[in-house]
Design a protein. Structure first.
Length: 74
């Protein structure tokens, strides 16, 4: 089976698009990248890109049904 390189799962989006998708500022996603804890990213020279599938996986990993769940992770 041939893998499509242009599939949506493999698309790379800018940090601005990733921040917009998450509803956060670019500064926040940059801070997460510097200290860790945000979605995984790809560094291409000076450019930073994100795969939508990695952002979605990060969201899924941070789902909670109560604030006590979130506090327990910290």
């Amino acid at each position: 089976m041939r893998t499509e390189l242009n599939s949506i799962e493999n698309a790379l989006i800018t940090e601005a698009a990733a921040a917009d998708y998450l509803g956060i500022s670019i500064r926040t996603i940059q801070a997460w990248r510097m200290r860790g804890g945000g979605p995984i990213f790809v560094k291409l020279g000076k450019s930073v890109r994100y795969r939508p599938s990695d952002i979605q996986a990060w969201i899924e990993a941070h789902l909670a049904s109560s604030t006590s769940e979130v506090e327990a992770r910290s």
